[in-house]
Design a protein around this ligand. Structure first.
Ligand code: GDP
Ligand code: MG
Length: 295
């Protein structure tokens, strides 16, 4: 009997969730960034290996819900926790002993699914450091999402914990997300790479037109920011910065879709969109439903 189920990856921003997800599904699906809290959406990766199919959910950082955006992120993370067959709690080993997941995520009760603790960035730990941590956390797996050390063993253990089930997706599918979604993520990621702190979290990307039948593929995208001052930063002197973002993003999109692309990239102000439920919905962020708050 094959096994199939959901593995939800949780952890603090910067713990290495996206890096691990990319490694285990073997494709660049989830944003990886040295800046914290860059993963706003629940990205679904699918890993089919032998007779085990893992549907992997990445979670946005579990934050203090101060803005509507952060509420939406937390609701998404909580929903991914509730859906899990196994929860993979990933912590940054260089940060010292991790808090229990229930405490970190301020949960009312432990998740229904078993929680596996993975201490990441083990490549940065000295043997002594590692021993001290191991003594403190009990049943932890040490891994390095960056080098791959320990990841195969971890995957085998997680796979064994999934329920007996036929595959839930075709075995060549790496993601249920649409190409449009990933293209928007690649553009937002590129903008993020080229900007300083503060502005990045105010950038959302919307794909307004996507014509696959043309050659080159025609994509019109808008980077939405919250204020005029941010728009000026994004555009740069003489439009230099937005052109550089467009060029770099186009190269990534071409590699992703495997065809030449014409990227028509615009910058617009949508005042305070992070606090605006309609705008959040338009950019694909789930808003918390009343019943999500209790999970
Ligand atoms: P997320 O916020 O949890 O999704 O974390 P990311 O996957 O975006 O990683 C945050 C930062 O940690 C990035 O700069 C990664 O390159 C780095 N990182 C992730 N895993 C490892 C690891 O195993 N070792 C080291 N040295 N760095 C890592
Ligand atoms: Mg991430």
């Amino acid at each position: 009997m094959p096994k199939a189920g959901i593995v939800t990856v949780v952890g603090k921003p910067n713990a290495g969730k996206s890096t691990l997800l990319n490694r285990i599904v073997g494709e660049k699906l989830s944003i990886v960034s040295p800046k914290p809290q860059s993963t706003r959406d629940r990205v679904v990766g699918i890993r089919t290996s032998g007779d085990v199919q893992m549907i992997v959910l990445d979670t946005p950082g579990l934050l203090n819900p101060r803005y509507a955006l952060q509420e939406a992120m937390r609701a998404t993370a909580l929903a991914a926790l509730a859906d899990a067959d196994v929860v993979l709690y990933i912590v940054d080993g260089s940060e010292g002993p991790p808090p229990p997941l229930v405490e970190l995520a301020r949960l009312d009760h432990a998740p229904r699914a078993p929680v596996v603790l993975a201490v990441n960035k083990s490549d940065l730990l000295t043997p002594a450091h590692r021993e001290r941590l191991a003594a403190g956390v009990g049943d932890a797996r040490f891994i390095s999402a960056a080098t791959g050390a320990g990841v195969d063993d971890l995957m085998a253990d997680l796979g064994a914990m999934l329920p007996d089930s036929p595959f839930l997706y075709p075995d060549d599918e790496i993601s249920t997300q649409t190409v449009r979604f990933f293209v928007a993520e690649l553009i937002r990621e590129t903008a993020l790479e080229q900007l300083e702190d503060e502005v990045p979290y105010s950038v959302a990307c919307a794909i307004e037109e996507f014509r696959e039948e043309r050659s080159p593929v025609y994509i019109r995208a808008v980077l939405h920011v919250e204020r005029e001052s941010q728009k000026r930063i994004l555009i740069g002197a003489g439009g230099q910065r937005v052109r550089a973002i467009g060029r770099a993003a186009r190269e990534k999109i071409e590699a992703f879709v495997g065809a030449p692309v014409y990227l028509d990239l615009w910058v617009k102000v949508l005042h305070n969109w992070r606090r605006n439920p309609q705008a959040l919905q338009r950019f694909g962020y789930k808003l918390p439903l009343p019943e999500d708050r209790s999970r």
